[in-house]
Structure formats: C-alpha cells, structure tokens
Design a protein around this ligand. Structure first.
Ligand code: FMN
Length: 317
C-alpha cells in the first residue's frame, strides 16, 4: 500500500513535511497545498517558490498541486515545475471553499463538465509533466459524478485521487465509498483514496470493502496522530517522547521561518494534535489563548507535563 500526505493549506507546507519525515519516516508521497500558477512568462515567486524549491523538499517524493481553471497558466506552471525537477503535477478539483468555488475553481470546476473537459484535454496534451487530479464527486449530489467519471476515464491521467464527498459536504458526513469503488472498477489509470482514514480500523474496513485499493492519502488523521502511516504499516504508536520531539522540532523550525507567527501556525497544528491526548478539550483550553512565544512555551510545557496521551490518537473533529 502507498501512503501519501494530503495537501492541507496552511498546515502541510514544506517545513511540516520535512520535520514529520525526520521524526516519523518519510511517506511514499507528499502533495503541496494548492498553489496558484504564476502568470505566463513569470516564474513562481515568494512563498509559493519556497514551497516547491527543491532545497526545501530534499529526499521527499513531492507532487506540486495547482489550483486554476486557466489552461495556459497550468501548462506554463507545469513547465516551470518540470525544470525544477518534478515528475508530476496535480490539479485541485476538490477545494470546497466558497471564494474558490464561486470563481469556478477547485470543486467549483465540476459544475461545468464541458469547460472541464476542454481544460483537461488541453492540459493533458500540452503539459510538460504527467497530470494527476484530486477530485470530489460533484457539488450537490453524488449523481453528478457519473458524467465526471466518464470524462476522467477518457483522459490519460497519471492518477485520480478521489475524496468521495460533494462540495456541500465540506469535510462532514461519511465519505461515499460506492463511487470510489466504481472509480476503481472503471478507471484505466491508477486510483487513490482519500477521506476519514483516522486509524487502523478504518484502513482495514476500506481494504476489506475495496481490496483493489493501492494508494491512500492521509490528512487530518495524520495530523492528529503523526505515527498513523507507521501504524498502518504495522508499526508502533507515537510515544510521548516522540510527540514532544516532533512538536519541538516543528515549533523551532517555524520560529526560524516566520518568527513570532510560529505560535499561530502551531495553534493550527494543535487543533488536530490535541486528539493525541486523553483530554483534548483540556489541551485546547491550555493553548487557545496564547499569543506570544514565551506564553506559548509555558502552555506547551504544561500540556506535556500534565496531560497523558490518548490510548489511541484519533482525529475526532
Ligand atoms: C485546513 C485544510 C486545508 C486543506 N487544503 C487543501 C489543499 O490545499 N488542497 C487540497 O487538494 N485539499 C486540501 N484539503 C483537503 C485535504 O487534502 C483532504 O482531502 C481532506 O482533509 C480529507 O482527507 P482526511 O479525511 O484524510 O483529512 C484541506 C483540508 C483542510 C481541513
């Protein structure tokens, strides 16, 4: 089984990927949070360049993800990424955010299958890199997926990653496994599964229901339990020492990168990481109000000194 880390804007950037791999071993693949392509003729710049700079991604198998509906910009960005040494580019057709959807991007692109078809045919033909897609099933109802899957199946995709929810589900409700199964049956290219794999029981159930599953992308589950991929491969849960070391490395790396804003970045992580503790609400209360680095350090000391780990770390919303 292949395990990859989901793209998560604001969380699974290059620093997180590097520190996580150092502490828990590298996953098979990592996807960058979505990047807007630069204007045609311009290189990637600023924080987007840092995200894909090979120096920041050494030793990891990273697939950059683009969020766009502009074929020329996609093709241009793919060329830039090929020059940086990447081997695949991923298109985001899943983002459910209102501002993205209203511009017809992310899952909003699924509303217009004709435009999506023209875009995908064009970029698959002209892209310097193989194109993979991360998709939802539609916007309102999973019946929309029939036409979308038909379309995907006519294209030379490198891979199709299915997050089997519709846009209006956001990240709630049970993922719809049946359309994922249909994708496994029909697709002439590799398929990956993503959604609510939070523990070994979830993985066992998925493998039993869909034994042809070959690649699972982990998101919130791995943030709540950084040893999740290791456990899915038969390894041990994270010890308290491992969790502490991971936290400290991550925090110091963020301080080096963004100074005092590291506190806010870490609070995003704690939203998930609190689930590694027996009393997530107590952890939440301890870290939620801190603003400054010294306050943060005191709060974290308190968490690690007073809170015990959960029997099984598991994302719980
Ligand atoms: C805070 C947050 C940011 C996300 N950012 C992205 C993104 O940049 N690109 C993307 O394709 N999906 C993004 N996602 C969706 C995740 O990649 C993944 O599909 C989702 O969390 C479901 O998988 P999980 O149940 O394993 O967490 C994001 C999700 C969250 C909660």
């Amino acid at each position: 089984m292949l395990y990859s880390l989901a793209p998560m804007e604001g969380i699974t950037g290059y620093t997180f990927r590097r520190v996580h791999a150092e502490c828990f071993g590298a996953l098979d693949r990592y996807y960058t949070p979505f990047l807007p392509p630069p204007r045609v003729g311009s290189p990637f710049g600023g924080k987007n360049l840092k995200e894909i700079d090979p120096v920041n991604n050494q030793g990891l198998n990273v697939v950059p993800q683009l969020l766009t509906k502009n074929a020329d910009e996609f093709v241009w960005a793919a060329r830039e990424l090929a020059e940086l040494g990447y081997g695949e580019v991923n298109l985001n057709l899943g983002c459910p955010s209102g501002t993205v959807v209203s511009k017809g991007k992310g899952s909003g692109f699924l509303r217009d299958p004709d435009a999506l078809e023209a875009f995908l045919r064009d970029v698959c033909e002209r892209s310097a890199l193989p194109v993979s897609v991360k998709t939802r099933l539609g916007l309102e109802d999973d019946s929309e997926y029939g036409r979308i899957l038909e379309l995907y199946c006519t294209l030379p995709l490198a891979e199709l990653i299915v997050h089997p929810r519709v846009q209006k589900d956001r990240y709630q409700g049970k993922p719809r496994w049946e359309p994922y199964g249909k994708t496994l049956e029909r697709a002439p290219f590799p398929v990956a599964y993503n959604g609510d794999i939070f523990g070994t029981g979830d993985m066992d159930a998925l493998a039993e229901a869909h034994p042809r599953t070959r690649h699972v992308m982990l998101g919130r589950g791995l943030l709540a339990n950084p040893a999740l991929a290791r456990m899915l491969a038969g390894g041990l849960a994270a010890s308290a020492d491992e969790l502490r070391q991971f936290h400290d490395k991550l925090f110091h790396a963020y301080v080096d990168e963004i100074g005092g804003n590291a506190v806010f970045r870490m609070k995003e992580w704690w939203f998930y990481a609190k689930c590694a503790f027996a009393d997530p609400m107590a952890v939440h209360r301890t870290v939620r109000k801190v603003r400054k680095i010294n306050e943060y350090e005191v709060a974290v000391e308190k968490v690690f000194n007073t809170q015990s780990l959960a029997a099984v770390a598991r994302f719980s919303g």
